[in-house]
Design a protein around this ligand. Structure first.
Ligand code: PLP
Length: 397
C-alpha cells in the first residue's frame, strides 16, 4: 500500500517536498502514530509543533464530532459564537485586546504586516518598512517569504514586496542602526524555530520594545511556533516580561485543525476598519471550536506547566548524557534543539527514526525536538535510553 501511495504522490502531487519519509500514518493515540502496516512511532515532532494535545485526544475528538454534526461554516457575514468565544479566551489569557482569525501562520503574519502598514497609513505617516531578523522564518507567501530572513525562500519569486530589511538577532547596535524614519515595525520570533532553535535574549527583546517605544513603531512577535503552551507559558512573550503590540499564532492553536490568529492591542487593532482585511474560511465554527477546545484542555490538564516541567527534565537529561558529540542543548519548555559538534544530526535523526522516534533536523548539526505537550517523564526516559545508545554507535563509526 505504501508503494501505491508513493507512486501516486510522485505522479500527481507537485514535487514541493521531494522524497518524503516513506511512512503514511493512518491513525494516532496520544504521542503514538501508527503507520499503515501497523508499526507504532513515538511522535517527538508533533507535525512541526502542531499536535499540542497529541493525537486523537478524547476531548478534541468529542468537540469536533459535535461541531461537525452542527455546522462547519457560515462565513463572516454572520456572527459566530465559537469565534467570539475564542477571541475572548485569547485576549483574556494575554495582554491583547482584539483577535482576528485566518488559516495559517503565513496568513497570520501577512495580516500582522498589513495591520502595521495600515496603522501608519491611517495616521498619514509615511512609515512602511519592516525590520526582521536574519535566519527568521515567517511563511511562504511572497510577503512573508520576503519577511523571512533567509534568501533561499524568496529569491526565485522576485520582484519581492518592497520595504523589508534584516538584522542579526541579539545584536542591539545593528537594530538601532537599521531603524529609519520609514520604519513601521520590528518583527521577530522569540525563539527562531525553523533555523535551529535560536532564542532571543531577554536583553534583546527588552531593547526591541524600548526602540519601538522610543520611535513610536510597532513590535510584532511571531509566536506561530512558540505559542500555545510550548515553551512552558501560554505565550513565550510572557517569559520575557515584554508586551508586543501585535502577535501571531497558528500551528498548535487548532491542535491539527488549520487556524491562524493575529492578536493586537487596541491601539494597533483600531487601524483595521470594515473592509480593510478579511477571509472566507478564517475563524469558522469548526476551526474556532478546535481552538477553544485546545485552550480549555491545556488549562484543565495543566499542559503549559507540564511543558515547562517535562521540558526542563528533558533538557537536563540531554545535557546529562555528557556526550562529546553534543555541543549545546538549547530551547524553552518542549521546544528543544540539540546542537552537535560535528555534522551528525542527520545520522542521529535517521537512527531515531529507525528506533521509531519522529524528530526533525536542521542542516547537519541540529536535532529539533517538538513533542506534544502531553509528554511524560517516562516518555523522556525511554527516548533518552534510545538516544544514548544511538550516540554511542555514532561514536564508533
Ligand atoms: C511554521 C511557521 C510559520 C508559517 O506557518 P504556516 O502555517 O506554515 O504558514 C510562520 N512563522 C513561524 C515562526 C513558523 O514556525
Amino acid at each position: 500500500m505504501i508503494n501505491q501511495i508513493i507512486s501516486d504522490d510522485k505522479q500527481y502531487y507537485m514535487n514541493t517536498f521531494g522524497d518524503r519519509i516513506p511512512l503514511a500514518f493512518t491513525h494516532g493515540d496520544g504521542i503514538t502514530l501508527y503507520h499503515e502496516n501497523g508499526d507504532a512511532y513515538k511522535d517527538f515532532f508533533a507535525g512541526i509543533a502542531v499536535s499540542a494535545l497529541g493525537h486523537s485526544h478524547p476531548k478534541l475528538v468529542e468537540a469536533l464530532r459535535d461541531q461537525v454534526g452542527k455546522v462547519l461554516h457560515t462565513s463572516s457575514l454572520y456572527y459566530i459564537e465559537n469565534q467570539a468565544s475564542l477571541a475572548k479566551a485569547l485576549c483574556e489569557a494575554s495582554c491583547f485586546d482584539k483577535a482576528f482569525f485566518c488559516n495559517s501562520g503565513a496568513e497570520a503574519n501577512e495580516g500582522a504586516i498589513k495591520l502595521a502598514r495600515k496603522y501608519f497609513y491611517e495616521r498619514n505617516i509615511n512609515r512602511f518598512e519592516i525590520i526582521t531578523m536574519e535566519k527568521s522564518f515567517h511563511g511562504r507567501t511572497i510577503t512573508t517569504a520576503t519577511a523571512t530572513g533567509q534568501e533561499k525562500y524568496s529569491r526565485p519569486y522576485a520582484p519581492l514586496t518592497p520595504g523589508f530589511c534584516y538584522v542579526p538577532i541579539n545584536d542591539i547596535a545593528a537594530l538601532k542602526n537599521a531603524v529609519t524614519d520609514r520604519t513601521a515595525a520590528i518583527m521577530l520570533e522569540l525563539i527562531q524555530g525553523e533555523s535551529g532553535v535560536h532564542p532571543a535574549t531577554a536583553e534583546y527583546v527588552q531593547a526591541v520594545r524600548d526602540i519601538c517605544d522610543k520611535h513610536g513603531i510597532l513590535m510584532i512577535v511571531d509566536e506561530v511556533q512558540t505559542g500555545i503552551g510550548r515553551t512552558g507559558s501560554l505565550f513565550a512573550y510572557q517569559q520575557y516580561g515584554v508586551e508586543p503590540d501585535i502577535l501571531t499564532l497558528a500551528k498548535a492553536l487548532g491542535g491539527g485543525v488549520p487556524i491562524g490568529a493575529v492578536l493586537a492591542n487596541d491601539c494597533a487593532a483600531d487601524a483595521f476598519h470594515p473592509g480593510d482585511h478579511g477571509t472566507t474560511f478564517g475563524g469558522n465554527p469548526l476551526a474556532t471550536r478546535a481552538g477553544l477546545t485546545v485552550l480549555q484542555t491545556i488549562a484543565e490538564e495543566h499542559l503549559t506547566e507540564n511543558a515547562k516541567e517535562v521540558g526542563n527534565y528533558f533538557t537536563d537529561k540531554l545535557s546529562a548524557l555528557n556526550s562529546p558529540l553534543i555541543s549545546e542543548v538549547r530551547g524553552m519548555g518542549l521546544m528543544i534543539g540539540v546542537e552537535f559538534s560535528s555534522p551528525v544530526a542527520r545520522d542521529a535523526w535517521r537512527a531515531l527514526l529507525d528506533a521509531h522516534y519522529l524528530t526533525g533536523c536542521v542542516g547537519d548539526t541540529v536535532l529539533r525536538i517538538l513533542p506534544p505537550l502531553i509528554l511524560t517523564k517516562q516518555d523522556v526516559d525511554e527516548f533518552i535510553t534510545s538516544f544514548a545508545e544511538i550516540l554511542s554507535k555514532i561514536k564508533e563509526d
